[in-house]
Design a protein around this ligand. Structure first.
Ligand code: AMP
Length: 292
C-alpha cells in the first residue's frame, strides 16, 4: 500500500444475514487504523448487536480524486409526513420528474420497495418520465459507494449543521451521499427517507434544487424507508451511471449554503435567495408549490 494513496474503507454489519448498519470513508494511509476502529465501534454500538462485521479496504491508487462541492441545504419545516411528501412530490416534478413517476416512487417507498415488501439494500432507479423501475435486482437496488468528506469540509459541515440544530451523524452522511448521486450521469433527482424507526427526516435532492430536507417525512416508529434515483433515459448510459455511483471515488471538499423555511410560501422566498439555483427552475418550483 503506497503512502500517498487514498483508501476506501467500508463497514457492513449484519445479524442472521440481515443488514444492521453500514458506513464508509475515504482516507489516507495514516488514518486507516483509526478509521477502521471508529467504524467497528459504530457497528457494535447499534441496539441490534451484529453477528458479522465486514470491513473492506481498497487502495484507490495515488491519482487525483474527483472532488465535488456539497449541495446547498434547505430545511422545510412541513408539520407532518403527509405535507412533507406532497411538497416533496412537487419539488421532484420541478426537477423534471413526471407526476406519475414521483407518485409511484412515493408509493414504493411507503410500502417497502423490495419485492418482499421489506426495505431494499440500495436505491431504486426510476425512469423520470414513465416511472418504470430500471434496477435489475429489485431487492438490492443500486448502492452508491466510495464517497466521503475531506477532513476540512467535514469539520465545516458538521459545525454548520450543528449550529442549525442538526447534529445527527445521518444528516452529514446523507448529504454526502445525495451530493454524489446528484452528480451521476443522467440523474435528475433523488428522494429518500431513512429506514431507521427513530429517524424521521427525509429529503429530495437534485442539482437544480439542492438538498431539500424535511424533518418529518415519516412517523416515528416506522421502519420502512428507501431511496429512489430518477434518471432521464434520453441518451442514458446505464452502465456509465451505475459505475459512477458504485465505483468512482469522490471526495466532497466544499460546503454549500444553509437555509430554513416553514411552509410553501416561505420556501418560495427561501429559494429566491438560494444562489445555487437556476432562477427559472426555482420559479417553476415556486409555482408548483403554490398549488399545495
Ligand atoms: P438510511 O438513510 O441509511 O436509513 O437508508 C435508507 C434507505 O436508502 C435504505 O433502506 C436503502 O434502501 C437505501 N440506501 C442506503 N444506503 C444506500 C446507498 N449507499 N446507496 C443507495 N441506496 C442506499
Amino acid at each position: 500500500m503506497g503512502e500517498s494513496n487514498y483508501y476506501s474503507i467500508r463497514m457492513h454489519a449484519s445479524r442472521i444475514n440481515m443488514h444492521v448498519s453500514g458506513a464508509e470513508r475515504i482516507v489516507c494511509a495514516q488514518k486507516i487504523e483509526s478509521t477502521v476502529s471508529e467504524l467497528i465501534g459504530r457497528a457494535m454500538r447499534k441496539d441490534c448487536t451484529p453477528d458479522r462485521v465486514t470491513v473492506t479496504i481498497d487502495d484507490l491508487g495515488n491519482g487525483p480524486l474527483r472532488t465535488l462541492k456539497a449541495l446547498d441545504i434547505i430545511t422545510v419545516n412541513a408539520p407532518d409526513s403527509s405535507e412533507a411528501r406532497t411538497m416533496a412530490s412537487d419539488i421532484l416534478q420541478n426537477a423534471g420528474v413526471a407526476e406519475n413517476a414521483a407518485l409511484q416512487a412515493l408509493n414504493f417507498l411507503s410500502k417497502g420497495a423490495s419485492p418482499s415488501g421489506e426495505n431494499m439494500r440500495g436505491a431504486m432507479i426510476i425512469d423520470c418520465r414513465t416511472g418504470e423501475r430500471l434496477e435489475t435486482d429489485r431487492a438490492r437496488g443500486v448502492r452508491a459507494s466510495r464517497f466521503d468528506w475531506s477532513d476540512e469540509a467535514r469539520e465545516r459541515i458538521k459545525k454548520e449543521l450543528a449550529d442549525n440544530g442538526l447534529s445527527h451523524f445521518r444528516t452529514c452522511e446523507a448529504l454526502a451521499l445525495a451530493t454524489k448521486i446528484a452528480h451521476g450521469p443522467g440523474v435528475i433527482a433523488e428522494i429518500c427517507w431513512s429506514d431507521d424507526p427513530d429517524y424521521t427526516a427525509g429529503y429530495v435532492a437534485s442539482l437544480k434544487t439542492g438538498y431539500i430536507r424535511f424533518p418529518f417525512m415519516k412517523q416515528i416508529g416506522n421502519k420502512t424507508g428507501g431511496r429512489a434515483i430518477f434518471v432521464d433515459r434520453n441518451g442514458f448510459d446505464a452502465r456509465a451511471s451505475i459505475d459512477f455511483l458504485q465505483d468512482e471515488p469522490v471526495l466532497i471538499d466544499g460546503t454549500g449554503k444553509y437555509n430554513e423555511c416553514g411552509d410553501a410560501i416561505e420556501l418560495r422566498r427561501c429559494l429566491k435567495r438560494h444562489s445555487g439555483l437556476d432562477p427559472e427552475s426555482s420559479d417553476c418550483l415556486l409555482e408548483s408549490l403554490k398549488k399545495t
